[in-house]
Design a protein around this ligand. Structure first.
Ligand code: NAD
Ligand code: LMR
Length: 329
């Protein structure tokens, strides 16, 4: 084993990280020939719990784990990192929307964006998971401006996986038969899980699922509000599926999207689909061998889709306005 990849995970004593760390360390993500050094960040009061997580990682005895560093200092945790998975932020509770967390969580991403720009490796790739993740990513990249725009992303992969699963169930096919799903816009209840461009068995999903009323009035709201449904059922927000979404995001970024297919990621818009450049917007994205995400252009939207895109864009612009004090001019 010659190569070592340095991976920062923030909020590392929290529940999403707990479902993620062993998978990062095990070789599943970076492969059996790459060593992983985990650089874990927490707030000071959680350092004791984080030491316990580090002990458990040691106790897994992974051949691929180079070591675990714990810190409450972003400058240390981000030192030389090739990957930064920013999970650390408060989760919402029942009855809240994710944007209600902006006041509490947005400011975390000022210092972390700056610290990443100062300390991360020149090839760093960043995924924001902490909510509201699109706008937290906006705050982070604006404050970490030495890092090229194409390295930043926010997580819509969990919504994407939810949409795949819901379409597969309805059509009575395996999840693997569903492709070309997109989560447009915000990781919030305004997102547009796009069934109009999705495929089942390589053909338009609307040929397998002909009940348009179900697609519009059941599927779309179910995906939009799935996070809240999990909170209601579990009493806690999603963790296992959230960690899985983050792992899938990194694995796809490394391995590339399948030919003819794409995945969902929120990225810094260059103005695609009429979105103002600079906003962190969920798009259909492809990538090859670790290259930056490429937004798939030229997809068409019908009247229903156009309306949904407008709604989610409006919300993201409102969120941007709500954090304007956190954005350097
Ligand atoms: P959690 O409360 O279990 O863990 C969060 C951890 O972050 C805590 O241990 C806390 O001490 C730590 N933290 C808080 N501020 C920090 C800071 N400044 N630096 C480093 N660590 C800090 O919450 P969770 O269930 O693990 O969720 C974490 C975040 O991920 C939440 O904001 C949640 O809403 C979000 N989330 C997003 C998605 C998505 O699809 N984008 C999915 C699930 C969860
Ligand atoms: C999710 O989608 O499950 C997460 O964003 C957590 C939440 O607040 O819903």
């Amino acid at each position: 084993m010659s190569k070592t990849v340095r991976v920062a995970v923030t909020g590392a004593a929290g529940q999403v990280a707990y479902s993620m760390l062993a998978r990062l360390a095990s070789g599943e993500v970076f492969g059996p020939d790459v060593k992983v050094r985990l650089q874990l960040l927490e707030i000071t009061p959680a350092l004791g719990a984080l030491e316990g997580v580090a002990m458990e990682l040691d106790d897994c005895g992974f051949a691929t784990l180079d070591g675990v560093d714990v810190s409450d200092d972003p400058l240390k945790a981000f030192d030389g990192v090739n990957w930064a998975l920013l999970v650390g932020a408060a989760p919402r509770k029942q009855g809240m929307e994710r944007k209600d967390l902006l006041g509490l969580n947005g400011k975390i991403f000022v210092g972390q964006g700056q610290a990443l720009a100062r300390r991360a490796a020149s090839d760093v790739r960043v995924l924001i998971v902490g909510n509201p993740c699109n706008t937290n990513c906006l705050v982070a990249y604006k404050n970490g401006k030495d890092i090229p725009h194409d390295r930043w992303s926010a997580m819509t992969r969990l919504d994407h996986n939810r949409a795949v699963s819901a379409l597969a169930k309805k059509a009575g096919v395996p999840n693997g038969a569903v492709s070309n799903v997109t989560i447009w816009g915000n990781h919030s209840n305004t997102q547009f899980p796009d069934f109009t461009n999705a495929k089942i068995g390589g053909k338009p999903a609307t040929e397998s699922i002909t009940d348009r009323a179900w697609l519009e009035a059941t599927f779309v709201p179910a995906v939009q509000t799935r996070g809240a449904a999990v909170i209601k059922a579990r009493g806690l927000s999603s963790a296992l599926s959230a960690a899985n979404g983050a792992i899938d995001h990194v694995k796809t970024w490394l391995a590339g999207t399948a030919a003819g297919d794409w995945t969902s990621s929120a990225v810094i818009s260059k103005g695609e689909y009429g979105v103002p450049a600079g906003l962190v917007f969920g798009y259909p994205c492809t990538t090859t061998n670790g290259s930056p995400w490429q937004v798939v252009e030229g997809l068409k939207h019908d009247a229903f889709g156009k309306e949904r895109l407008k709604i989610t864009l409006t919300e993201l612009l409102e969120e941007q306005d709500a954090v304007k004090e956190l954005l350097p001019s």
